[in-house]
Design a protein around this ligand. Sequence first.
Ligand SMILES: [Zn+2]
Length: 145
Amino acid sequence: MSCCELCANPHPNEIWRGGGFYVIDASSESFPAYLRVVSERHVADMSDLTEDERRVLWALLMCLERAMKETLRADKLNWAQFGNMVPHLHWHLTARWRDDAYYPDSPWGSPKRAVPADVTAERLARKERLVAVLPALLDAALKQA
Ligand SMILES: [Zn+2]
């Protein structure tokens, strides 16, 4: 489907690909550790995946949650899957801190506070360290799936 942005050219912030999925770094100043796991196949819902694809996806999501919690020292990990705007299966994984701009609302809520620049910079630096180790961790998770 040429009209689907997730089926189009590789994303510039793709950090890993395997097992029918790819992982994008979608982090920003507001969300310094925000990853997306995207199906390579243009399907809309979890029930459109095969059993094998669902097993792989679960292994990848669990790997990412564990790695994000350990590396980022976040207070919470948020998972979300909508596909309303782009009906191509993708999961959002967002690290959350009690003092982040939107906490406790979802990342799609309203900002409640400003986060000091040094705090954001430190979280972005931890995210960069995470991104550096993720390919090896995801390779291992895929082998065990
Ligand atoms: Zn697509």
